[in-house]
Design a binder for this molecule. Structure first.
Ligand code: FAD
Length: 417
């Protein structure tokens, strides 16, 4: 154990991701002596794999626009951070460091499209750290915190050594993609120190189904909505409009990722099942449309109509589910079968979810309770020298650059005066 004197103005930032790097740079640029500790052998590992390696670094728009994407309590918490260091500020900073960004039609912002563009964002942030004099220690995994409220005294590294400082910024991220360094151990450590930590769930993660359909792997359900239902009556718990793609074990794609947090919660608290609404019209108008077809186009094969609304690989399954022969014509479709057909395209059955992978979540829902943090400084309430930022906090936004922006913005405040 090292009992070295604590240097006045010293700050240790734990975690070299988006939040930690910005916090370290900001604190150093305000004159602090900053050490950044990172378990990995390199910085910004998650940034490097974000957006499929292209890094959807933020979302275009004012603070107000960005806040609308978050749940109410998260938006309230993030307001000061997004006002002080928003999407435009981040883009301007990156531009000053030689990384131009562009906005796609859907508002998502990326560095200019070329191989390794996510790495360019990390390199830019590394430049900031170097210029501002931040000391970076790689391969430094912290396994314990020493202190009693209101003062944290030191961090304990895996090799048993201690790192002391006047103040500390914790930015160790969530608990998904453990191979990127985020194993979530600090969440348990903080709980042990009496810090309120909300239970954590996977979010933006693929969903495994009880009865997977590996034969449909790669097939997409488009232009509809994924629905989460529960109970005998199929009460609708949540819904997300967007595509779903079948995987070997279940489903992925934007709608599955966005609904995964709700799916996991519903799965843990009882039976839940999933369906995909292929057609937005009401059951009544759909039924009326089919009736009209039965009269106006009686020889039309039901299979042909189904192939218009369903991917081809799925229609034999639909015909079997409806117990219809493959050459069934519209004119001979009994009323009950017509109703069943309407029900099938209103909620194409995907069955019960088996699990939502925490390891594969792009983010984690849950973490340090926002009630325990001052939203203007990211200071941990009840502690004089601890600030917390990034995904370690109970913040999880949708896909679209919101999560990285939240990490950058809260990191900026955490490194502030
Ligand atoms: C596959 C994938 C794609 C994504 N794509 C996007 C995207 O395009 N746009 C977007 O906005 N968001 C995206 N995200 C989410 C986004 O990457 C995260 O929300 C964001 O990186 C969180 O930043 P952070 O700094 O809080 O945490 P992290 O980036 O996770 O950084 C935490 C750091 O702390 C280190 N650490 C953890 N524990 C310790 C310890 N005990 N000791 C020392 N160091 C430790 C870790 O090694 C890690 O480097 C994606 C996530 C994933 C997994």
């Amino acid at each position: 154990m090292s009992e070295a004197k604590v240097r006045p103005g010293s700050v240790v930032v734990l975690g070299g991701g988006a939040a930690g790097m910005i916090a370290a740079w900001r604190a150093a640029s305000l004159g602090k002596a900053v050490t950044l500790l990172e378990a990995n052998g390199r910085l910004g590992v998650k940034i490097r794999i974000s957006g499929g390696g292209k890094c959807n670094v933020t979302h275009a728009g004012s603070a107000k626009v960005l806040l609308e994407a978050f749940r109410k309590e998260q938006a309230r918490f993030l307001r000061p951070a997004f006002h002080v260091f928003g999407s435009e500020d981040l883009r301007a900073l990156l531009q000053r460091l030689g990384v131009d960004t562009y906005e796609r039609e859907n508002g998502r912002v990326f560095p200019q499209d070329r191989p390794g563009s996510a790495g360019e964002v990390v390199a830019a942030l590394e430049q900031l750290l170097q210029r501002s004099g931040v000391q970076v220690r790689m391969g430094a995994r912290v396994c314990g915190l020493i202190g009693v409220a209101p003062r944290l005294e030191a961090m304990v590294l895996e090799d048993g050594s201690w790192v002391r400082a006047e103040s500390f910024v914790l930015a160790t991220g969530g608990a998904s993609y453990p191979e990127t360094g985020t194993r979530g151990e600090l969440l348990e450590t903080l709980r042990g120190l009496g810090v309120p930590v909300n239970a954590w769930f996977p979010a933006l993660a693929p969903v495994a189904l009880m009865v997977p359909r590996p034969e449909w792997e790669g097939v997409a359900l488009r232009e509809g909505a994924l629905q989460l239902r529960a109970g005998k009556k199929g009460k609708r718990l949540a819904e997300f409009a967007g595509d779903v793609v079948f995987t070997k074990n279940g489903i992925s794609g934007p709608a599955a990722l966005e609904l995964s947090r709700d799916i996991e919660k519903a799965r843990r608290s009882g039976a839940a099942w999933l369906g995909y609404e292929l057609i937005a019209s009401s059951e009544e108008s759909l039924d009326a449309e089919l009736l009209e077809l039965q009269q106006g186009n009686p020889h039309l094969a039901v299979r042909t109509w189904l192939q218009k609304v369903l991917p081809a690989r799925l229609s034999p399954f639909a015909m079997t589910t409806l117990a219809l022969p493959s050459d069934q014509r519209m004119k001979d479709l009994p009323r009950e079968a017509r109703r069943a057909l309407v029900a099938l395209v209103k909620a194409f059955p995907l069955g019960e979810p088996r699990s939502v992978s925490l390891a594969r979540g792009e983010v984690v829902s849950g973490g340090v309770s926002l009630k325990a943090i001052d939203p203007h400084t990211m200071a941990l309430k009840g502690w004089d020298n601890v600030r917390i930022c990034g995904e370690l906090l109970d913040i999880d936004g949708p896909i679209g650059g919101y999560n990285l922006q939240a990490a950058f913005s809260t990191g900026y405040l955490a490194g502030g005066a």
